[in-house]
Design a protein around this ligand. Structure first.
Ligand SMILES: *Cc1c(COP(=O)(O)O)cnc(C)c1O
Length: 232
């Protein structure tokens, strides 16, 4: 087998394995596998790797950097692209309307910028508000106490549709150590949803996605477990 074929085959096996683990975690929590979207975190991955994952049945891809995403998009058309990295306001214009979901709105000013760009294009942009639960200075996101006020301000933004929340758990030796982070995000979402139906919850990565699914994740963002270790 050629090396490219080896890599494609490995990704196919990985996708099946991750899907099985999502299904098992969902079942443990009495949830349905179909209620969890597998999003491939494809930063630093080649278009060939992305296409291999798409051929193995992954529909959604999340990128962290605007330029990298824009350069890959035309080479892998027809995929569901989402933006999962920190978004600077001056780059919002390049992302709005090109992705189905922005996972990382971390300020009202960014929300306002996104809304303005979407309105100008006659559209609305679906977004998630990112929440910083573990209190790490380095992780962007609203503090839980800021969230309600921020959502109220954003409610007046015509070009924005806030469909849920996202978070990045701190690195832990054991995924159980961060279960509380996922539980707290879900409780925040339930508290804010006011019974108006389930909200999207983007939470869980390679190290902790099974615990996140058990706690109600609806989108897991997975890189390493699909593509192998990253060279950064
Ligand atoms: C890279 C990344 C992921 C995936 O990380 P893995 O540990 O490789 O699964 C998920 N979410 C965000 C925001 C990322 O930047």
């Amino acid at each position: 087998m050629s090396e490219a074929k080896d890599i494609r085959e490995q990704i196919r096996v990985n996708v099946l394995d991750v899907r099985r683990r999502i299904r098992d975690a969902a079942m443990r929590a009495g949830r349905r596998e179909d209620d969890v979207i597998l999003l491939a975190a494809s930063k630093n991955r080649t278009v060939g790797e992305i296409i291999a994952a798409a051929e193995a049945g992954v529909a959604a891809f999340g990128e962290n950097r605007v330029q990298e995403m824009l350069s890959k998009m035309p080479q892998a058309a027809g995929l569901d692209w989402q933006f999962i990295g920190h978004l600077q306001r001056n780059k919002a214009r390049q992302v709005v309307g090109r992705v189905s979901l922005i996972h990382s709105v971390d300020s009202v000013r960014l929300a306002s910028e996104i809304s303005g760009r979407a309105c100008a294009a006659g559209s609305r942009q679906r977004v998630l508000f990112q929440v910083s639960l573990a209190g790490e200075e380095s992780k962007a996101g609203f503090l839980p106490g800021e969230l309600e006020g921020a959502l109220e301000e954003a409610a007046g933004l015509e070009g924005l549709v806030v469909v849920g929340l996202s978070t990045i758990a701190p690195l832990a030796d054991e995924p159980e150590e961060v279960r509380w982070v996922f539980r707290e995000l879900r409780e925040l979402a339930v508290g804010l949803g006011g019974g108006s139906g389930p909200l999207s919850l983007s939470m869980g990565m390679t190290n902790d996605f099974e615990v996140a699914v058990e706690e109600g994740s609806t989108i897991v963002r997975i890189g390493t477990a699909l593509f192998g270790p990253r060279l950064e």
